[in-house]
Design a protein around this ligand. Structure first.
Ligand code: COA
Ligand code: AMP
Length: 647
C-alpha cells in the first residue's frame, strides 16, 4: 500500500485518531472532550469541549515562537502601484489594535461583523480582529450589488459593517460607499455603525451619524487579547449561491477549521512554514478565506494579497512577475485566469522575462481544468499543474493530488483522488452506488471531515434539506461525475442551477427571479452556456407577455441592467434572447439541461417527456442568433453532460 492509500485508509477507518493527531499542530487553551461528536447526527461536530482562538494560532503563537520578523503578508497592488510587506509582529499589532477598537465599539464574542472590502491588508486585519474577539465575520465580495449586500446584512444582522471608499478594477474606480448606503437603505437590519477605510485613490463622503473613518476608529484603542472560544463556535459565515435568490450562509467553526486548514497546507499543497503561498483569488470568496488568510497564516507561511488580475495589470506577465518578485512556491488560482493569459500571450513569451526557479506548484480550482489549459500551463511552466475540487461548503479540497503525502500521476480532466477525511462515493438518485466509470451524483459519506460546514447559519433545516435529505447518510455535493478504475475522480459539472462564471459561483435561479420581475416578462430560463474564457456565461431565454409590443433590444438591455444592478457585474449577464415559448415536459417543467446542451452545440437526445419537440428548433435558432448553438463549437465533449438536476 502506498503512503497516500495508507493515510487515506486511516482517515476513513479511524477518523478520531487521525484528526486528533492533526490537531496537535494547533495550540489549544483547553483540549477537546470528544474528537468527533455524533450525539446530534447528522449534525456532526468536531473537537467538542475544546477551546482555542484562531487568531492566536494565526499570529500570536508564531511571534512567540520567533517568527515575528518574518513577512506574514505581502500586499502587491499593481492597480495602485503599491507593494507592502507586513511581518507577523506588525500584523499582530495591527490586528490587536483593530480588535481593541471593535471591542470598544461594543463587539463581543458571537456578534457578527460584515465586511465589504476590496483586496487591501485592512480586509485581512479586520477578519483576524473578529476572530481574536470570537466575533463572527461575514465577508461579502465587492462585485456583488447593493441588493445582495442587503440580503446578507439582513441574514447576518451585524452590529458593525466594515467597508472602504472603493476598489480599483484594473483602471476603473468602483465606489463602494454609495453601494453600501444603498444596501443599508434596502436592508431591514441596520448596523450600529460603519467603519470606512478611506483609500487615497477613491474618496468617500462619510455620514458622521453612522460612519467612522478607519483611522479615527482605531485612534487610542488598546490592543485586545485573544478571547478563548469553543472549537464549535462559529468563526465566520460566508454566503454562497444556492438554487434560489436566498444565498446560503455557510457556517465555519473555529476548531475543525484550524485543524483542517493547517493540515491541508502541508499535506495537500506541500507548502511549509516560512514558504510563500499565493492564492490569486479574492477575500470575498472561500478560496480567499481559506488560502489567502487562514491556512497560510495558521501554518506560519508568507501569504500574498494581490490586488490585480492575471491580464491587464499591466500585461499577461503579471502572475510571473509576482511569483518571481516574491519567491512564490505555490500558486493557487482558477483556470479562467490562465485562459485569460493564454488568450493574450499564447506563446507564453512573458515567462522568459522572469526567474521562476523558486516556483514549484500550480493548483487550479473553482471549475474543471480543461485539458487544453492543463497542457498549456504545464508545458509553459514545467511544474506540476494540479486540478483539485472543492466548494464553499467544504472550505478545503475534497479531491486533490496530495503532493505533501505522495504525488500521483496526473490525469488531465481529473481532480485526482479523495483527500484524506473525505469518503467520496458515486451514487444514482436512488442511493445505489455505481460501478467505476459510470457517471452519477458525487456524494460524501457522513461524517464530513473537520473544517467543512457543520450547518447553515440559523438554518439547520435548510442545511438538512439542501445537503442531507435526498440520500440519507451522505452529503450531496450537487456535482455530477465519476470515478475511474484507479479511483481518480472526474467532476463533470453541477446538477443543479448553480453555474461557474470565471471561477465565481452564481445561481441561475436567482437570475431568473430577477428577470421575472420585469413587467414585460411572462416566463424565463437562464442557462449556463460554455465560454472559452470564463468557463460558463449566463444566457437568458425570455418569453414576453402576449400584449407586449416593444422593441426587443430595449427589453434585452433592461434585463442586462437589472441583473447588473440587483446581482452585480460579476454575474457577467450580457446575453438574452426573446423566444416565443420555452421547451417543457408534459408536466410543465422547463428543459433547462436540454437547452444548455443546444447552446453548447453538444449532442441532444430529445427527452421522451417533451411536450412539443418543435420548441427545441426554435430555441436553437434563437441561440444561434446570439452566437451559440453552433455544431462546430469548440465545446469539449464530456463537460457538463449531466442532466440529472432540475430540468
Ligand atoms: N468590485 C466591483 N466589480 C468587480 C469586482 C469587484 N471586486 N470584481 C469584478 N468586478 C466586475 C468587473 O469589473 C467586471 O465588470 P464589467 O462587466 O463592467 O467589465 C465584472 O465584474 C466581471 O469581472 P471578471 O469576471 O473578473 O471579468 P474580467 O473580464 O474583468 O476578468 C479574468 C477576467 C478571467 C481575468 C478574471 O475573471 C479572473 O482572474 N478570474 C479568476 C477568478 C478567481 O480568482 N476565482 C476564485 C477561485 S480560485
Ligand atoms: P464554490 O463554492 O464557489 O467554490 O464553487 C464550487 C463549485 O465549483 C463546485 O461544486 C464545482 O461545481 C465547481 N468546482 C470547483 N472546483 C472544481 C474542479 N476542480 N473541477 C470541477 N468543478 C469544480
Amino acid at each position: 500500500m502506498g503512503r497516500y492509500e495508507e493515510i487515506y485508509k486511516k482517515s476513513i477507518d479511524n477518523p478520531e485518531e487521525f484528526w486528533a493527531e492533526a490537531a496537535e499542530d494547533i495550540d489549544w487553551f483547553k483540549k477537546w472532550d470528544k474528537v468527533l461528536d455524533d450525539s446530534r447526527a447528522p449534525f456532526y461536530r468536531w473537537f467538542t469541549g475544546g477551546e482555542l482562538n484562531t487568531c492566536y494560532n494565526a499570529l500570536d503563537r508564531h511571534v512567540q515562537a520567533g517568527r515575528g520578523g518574518q513577512v506574514a503578508l505581502i500586499y502587491d497592488s499593481p492597480v495602485t502601484k503599491k507593494i507592502q510587506k507586513i511581518t507577523y509582529e506588525q500584523m499582530l499589532q495591527h490586528v490587536s489594535v483593530f480588535a481593541g477598537a471593535l471591542k470598544r465599539a461594543g463587539i463581543e464574542k458571537g456578534d457578527r461583523v460584515v465586511l465589504y472590502m476590496p483586496m487591501v491588508p485592512e480586509a485581512v486585519i479586520a477578519m483576524l480582529a473578529c476572530a481574536r474577539l470570537g466575533a463572527i465575520h461575514s465577508v461579502v465580495f465587492g462585485g456583488f450589488a447593493p441588493n445582495e449586500l442587503a440580503v446578507r446584512i439582513d441574514d447576518a444582522k451585524p452590529k458593525i459593517v466594515i467597508s472602504a471608499s472603493g476598489a480599483i478594477e484594473v483602471t476603473r474606480l468602483i465606489y463602494y460607499k454609495p453601494m453600501l448606503e444603498r444596501a443599508l437603505s434596502l436592508s431591514k437590519h441596520k448596523p450600529d455603525r460603519c467603519v470606512i477605510l478611506q483609500r487615497s485613490e477613491v474618496s468617500a463622503v462619510l455620514d458622521s451619524s453612522v460612519d467612522i473613518e478607519w483611522n479615527d476608529f482605531i485612534d487610542g484603542a488598546a490592543p485586545a487579547p485573544c478571547t478563548p472560544v469553543q472549537a464549535t463556535d462559529p468563526l465566520y459565515i460566508l454566503y454562497t449561491s444556492g438554487t434560489t435568490g436566498i444565498p446560503k450562509g455557510v457556517m465555519r467553526d473555529n476548531g475543525g477549521h484550524a485543524v483542517a486548514l493547517r493540515w491541508s497546507l502541508e499535506n495537500i499543497y506541500d507548502t511549509h512554514p516560512g514558504e510563500v503561498f499565493w492564492a490569486a483569488s479574492d477575500v470575498g470568496w472561500v478560496v480567499g478565506h481559506s488560502y489567502i488568510v487562514y491556512a497560510p497564516l495558521l501554518t506560519g507561511c508568507t501569504t500574498v494579497l494581490y490586488e490585480g488580475k492575471s491580464v491587464g495589470t499591466p500585461d499577461p506577465g503579471a502572475f510571473w512577475r509576482v511569483i518571481s518578485q516574491h519567491e512564490v512556491k505555490t500558486l493557487f488560482t482558477a483556470p479562467t485566469a490562465f485562459r485569460a493569459i493564454k488568450r493574450e500571450d499564447p506563446e507564453g513569451s512573458h515567462v522568459k522575462k522572469y526567474d521562476l526557479s523558486r516556483f514549484k506548484y500550480l493548483f487550479l480550482a473553482g471549475e474543471r481544468t480543461d485539458p487544453d489549459t492543463y497542457h498549456w500551463a504545464h508545458n509553459l511552466l514545467k511544474v506540476p499543474v494540479i486540478d483539485h475540487w472543492w466548494q464553499t461548503e467544504t472550505g478545503w479540497p475534497i479531491t486533490a493530488n496530495c503532493l505533501g503525502i505522495e504525488p500521483m500521476p496526473v490525469k488531465p480532466g481529473s481532480s485526482t483522488k479523495p483527500v484524506p477525511g473525505y469518503d467520496v462515493r458515486i451514487l444514482n438518485t436512488e442511493g445505489k452506488e455505481l460501478e467505476r466509470n459510470r457517471e452519477g451524483l458525487v456524494v460524501i459519506k457522513l461524517p464530513l471531515p473537520p473544517g467543512t460546514l457543520p450547518t447553515l447559519w440559523n438554518a439547520d433545516q435548510r442545511y438538512e434539506r439542501a445537503y442531507l435529505k435526498l440520500l440519507p447518510g451522505y452529503y450531496l455535493t450537487s456535482d455530477g461525475g465519476y470515478m475511474d478504475s484507479e479511483g481518480y475522480v472526474y467532476i463533470m459539472g453541477r446538477v443543479d442551477d448553480v453555474i461557474n462564471v470565471a471561477g465565481h459561483r452564481l445561481s441561475t435561479g436567482e437570475m431568473e427571479e430577477i428577470i421575472a420581475r420585469h413587467p414585460d416578462v411572462a416566463e424565463c430560463a437562464v442557462i449556463g452556456a460554455h465560454d472559452s474564457l470564463k468557463g460558463q456565461l449566463p444566457v437568458g431565454l425570455v418569453v414576453l407577455k402576449s400584449n407586449v409590443n416593444r422593441d426587443e433590444e430595449e427589453i434585452r438591455q433592461e434585463l442586462v441592467k437589472m441583473i447588473r444592478e440587483e446581482l452585480g457585474p460579476i454575474a457577467c449577464f450580457k446575453k438574452a434572447c426573446i423566444v416565443a415559448r420555452l421547451p417543457k415536459t408534459r408536466s410543465g417543467k422547463i428543459l433547462r439541461g436540454t437547452m444548455r446542451r443546444i447552446a453548447d452545440g453538444a449532442e441532444v437526445v430529445i427527452p421522451a417527456t417533451i411536450d412539443d419537440p418543435a420548441t427545441l428548433s426554435e430555441i436553437e435558432e434563437a441561440l444561434k442568433k446570439i452566437g451559440y448553438a453552433r455544431r462546430d463549437s469548440e465545446f469539449f465533449a464530456g463537460c457538463s453532460t449531466t442532466d440529472m438536476g432540475k430540468s
